[in-house]
Ligand binder design. Structure first.
Ligand code: NDP
Length: 324
């Protein structure tokens, strides 16, 4: 078959801008492979690409995370064969039946790990890996604040923190989401919209948090800044409620010589050898039971509009998949 079904966005905007179209099935060039996708991960970043918050040239495909079976091997690729199972993160065009990627952009999936776990969890777990090991390196024993603790990245962060002996204090929008975060290893989790949430978060770290991992952005920035200990680090890694308006240096001074950083997974993936090393850490955690990827929503490719509405409407927990 030289065609395939893929999600396309004609111009940026709401979920209705996405449609499933029949497009040419891409052919791999030298150094590339074609993957027949078993599952495509859904990430909040996909909504930023669709809406134009992170600008892309239009029209475009969508989706950054997936897993499947090598279907065609391009010239010069000598360590993969047809039928191998592979996964990827931070590629573009994963909402499709097939994708062509450079060999260097994929990792082989080991025994004991499923395609769906990789499609639903690789990008999110790599994010937690760099947040906890590079952006603010945790050694165990710290008490950290992590917003949106019941989301895709969030539930992985809860488990990872528990594995390394870190007390993760979370927030989430409902009691049910908080219960989920707690059952995945969070030490405490508070409803983000409750009147006393700030007091309760402060009570968990009276001297302040050494680090706040904040992917909610606009809605939580001020509160998060005020909860940091002197010399604490504000890690802004997402914009679920909208981007932070402005970072004012004098406020970092008043908070006690605070650090502010805005890291991206792409920066870490560009480091030589990092992607494979991170995947190895994640696969080992998955194989030994230290990390379970919760696939709590599954959608057919044709239901992509509903999938984005659910994610943006805060109706999801854990990870979501599109099944092509
Ligand atoms: P999630 O599954 O965590 O979904 C986003 C969650 O954000 C929602 O479920 C919701 O949880 C919370 N949220 C808070 N305020 C809002 C709002 N106003 N509208 C919508 N959601 C809101 O998504 P992902 O796991 O895909 O990603 C989590 C975050 O991490 C995202 O912000 C994403 O951009 C970021 N990210 C950053 C990366 C990086 O390298 N910088 C890489 C990967 C992800 P609740 O209902 O509990 O509030």
């Amino acid at each position: 078959m030289n065609t395939m079904r893929a999600v396309r966005v004609e111009s940026c905007g709401g979920p209705e801008q996405m449609s499933v179209q029949v497009v040419p099935r891409p052919e791999p060039g030298p150094g590339e492979i074609r993957i027949r996708l078993s599952a495509c991960g859904i990430n909040l970043i996909d909504t930023y690409h669709r809406s134009g918050l992170y600008p892309l040239s239009m029209p475009t495909g969508l989706g950054c995370e997936g897993a499947g079976i090598v279907e065609v091997v391009g010239d010069g690729v000598d360590d993969l064969i047809v039928g191998d199972r592979v996964g990827f993160a931070m590629a573009m065009g994963a909402y499709a039946e097939a994708i062509v990627l450079a060999r260097g952009a994929v990792v082989k999936i080991p025994e004991g790990v499923t395609d769906e776990e990789v499609a639903a969890g690789l990008l999110k777990a790599m994010t937690v890996d760099y947040l906890f090991n590079d952006t603010f390196a945790l050694s165990g024993g710290e008490t950290v604040l992590f917003h949106a603790a019941a989301g895709g990245v969030g539930l992985i962060a809860c488990q990872w923190a528990k594995t390394i002996g870190v007390r993760l204090i979370g927030t989430a929008s409902t009691e049910a989401k908080c219960e989920l975060a707690l059952s995945h290893g969070a030490t405490e989790c508070f409803v983000s919209g409750s009147v006393d949430v700030e007091d309760r978060l402060r009570a968990c770290a009276p001297a302040g948090y050494p680090v706040v991992y904040d992917s909610v952005g606009k809605a939580t920035y001020r509160m998060s800044l005020g909860l940091l200990a002197p010399l604490g680090t504000f890690v802004s890694f997402g914009n679920a409620s909208g981007p932070i308006d402005a970072v004012v240096p004098s406020e970092l001074a008043l908070g006690g010589s605070l650090y502010f950083t805005r890291p991206t997974l792409a920066t870490h993936m560009a480091r030589v050898g990092w992607m494979q090393a991170s995947a190895d850490r994640i696969f080992e955690l998955m194989q030994t039971g230290g990390l379970k990827v919760d696939i709590n929503q599954r959608y057919a490719l044709d239901d992509v509009v509903r999938a984005h509405r659910d994610l943006e409407g805060r109706r999801t927990t854990g990870s979501s998949l599109l099944i092509p």
